[in-house]
Design a protein around this ligand. Structure first.
Ligand code: EPS
Length: 387
């Protein structure tokens, strides 16, 4: 399973090409659009989201509501593009002057990207480094989410911290529908309503101060069979792959699996999940500090991932920087930005997790059609249960 995305933040569109999606997967554009709408939402988003209404156009690989086995092309148009078509024009007549960027923002890709690719106008960097790109990744990841659903593997997520406000620990006995409903009802995608209300206040206070906020989100996956990923080679470890996927999201600075960093302070006897057996259930554990991964493989428990997002670096409040042409110091300030995009990042986190899991599922079970894959997964689940 492979995916590439292309497109600029203020270009005509974002595109994802997905190769290796099996045939026979029921897929509707409206299903993808639901996730695109979630990604646009969350309290703390800025003016750009009042312009965009992300919708996917599926231009290849799906016919009559079913994937064909051919590559899928997913296109999300940028509604803001008409305002930028002269600036972003690929032809010789492009307006390269009026929106040139020579003042790098601290915390952004601007300066290092310009040095790396030899740009004197950092617009060439920021147009692609922008988190707008995640619209394409959410579209792609939602195809993977659909595939996993067919195998009774469900992906969910929630925001658990914004700035200094933390949510109560999630009750994992909560069923996935209840969790999804609690998250959907929250303006910051947090299942704890009291913490959610405090997070909204925290965001409003940061916005009033011209500042930005980061936070932490969690991704949960229910119904994974044991044995996805492998201990046999570094690049096949499931935790390594999922951490890489989450770290690749713009502004993510840390990833944890299960107890994560807290495990470092515990004794081994306190943190490892003891193993039990019941004939009707097979092997199981009564705790999940491992977060569903042991030895680089899924162990059959709920997958628990956590990612930390830094505050968005585009600030109304100026930070010191240096103009790359004049070499003179200046204080950066901007016209338009999000105050907090942690809820959006949570949706992206769910999408990239789904993508990576669909890839490992296909590596383990193979198959060109959904029928074959379903049969093989069912057989393997029975085998693992009676092991
Ligand atoms: C972003 C800057 C803002 C955000 C954008 C990411 O866009 P603009 O520069 O057009 O105001 O709104 O996020 C999105 C457009 C999106 O779809 O998430 C940045 O610099 O990364």
């Amino acid at each position: 399973l492979r995916c590439l995305t292309a497109g600029e933040s203020h270009g005509p569109s974002l595109t994802a090409i997905l190769d290796g999606v099996p045939a026979g997967l029921p897929l509707a554009a409206e299903y993808i659009d639901q996730q695109l709408a979630r990604r646009q939402g969350g309290h703390g988003r800025g003016g750009r989201m009042n312009i965009e209404r992300d919708r996917v156009a599926i231009t290849s690989g799906v016919r009559g509501g079913l994937t064909t086995g051919s590559p899928l092309t997913l296109v999300v148009a940028n509604k803001d593009w008409p305002n930028w078509c002269r600036v972003m024009d690929p032809g010789a007549g492009a307006d390269l002057k009026s929106r040139a960027v020579t003042r790098p923002r601290p915390g952004h890709a601007d300066l290092t990207g310009a040095i790396k690719y030899g740009h004197r106008d950092m617009r060439n960097v920021l147009e692609r480094s922008s988190a707008r790109e995640t619209a394409a990744r959410v579209a792609a990841g939602t195809v993977a989410r659909r595939l996993l659903e067919e195998l009774d593997i469900l992906v969910a997520g929630q925001v658990v911290q914004i700035g200094s406000i933390k949510a109560r620990a999630l009750d994992l006995t909560l069923d996935t529908e209840k969790l999804a409903a609690a998250v959907a009802n929250s303006p910051v995608y947090c299942a704890d309503p009291e913490a959610g209300a405090a997070m909204v206040q925290e965001i409003d206070a940061a916005r009033a101060a011209g500042d930005s906020l980061g936070g932490v989100f969690e991704v949960y996956v229910f119904g994974l069979p044991p044995g996805l990923g492998s201990y046999t080679q570094r690049d096949r470890t499931l935790d390594g792959r999922l951490a890489g996927a989450l770290m690749s999201i713009q502004a993510i600075k840390g990833v944890e699996v299960g107890a994560g960093f807290a495990a470092a302070a515990a004794r081994g006897s306190e943190i490892h999940d003891e193993i039990f057996y019941r004939s009707d259930r097979g092997f199981y554990r009564s705790t999940n500090n491992a977060g569903g991964i042991e030895g680089g493989m899924s162990n059959g428990d709920i997958l628990l991932l956590r990612a930390a997002m830094k505050p968005i670096p585009t600030l109304y409040k100026p930070l010191r920087s240096v103009d790359i042409h004049t070499k003179q110091p200046f204080e950066a300030s901007v016209e338009r930005s999000d105050t907090c995009a942690v809820p959006a990042a949570c949706v992206v986190g769910e999408a990239v997790t789904a993508w990576e899991l669909a890839a490992v599922v296909l590596e383990k079970f193979g198959g060109d059609t959904m029928g074959e894959i379903k049969e093989r997964v069912a057989l393997y689940r029975d085998y693992a249960k009676s092991f």
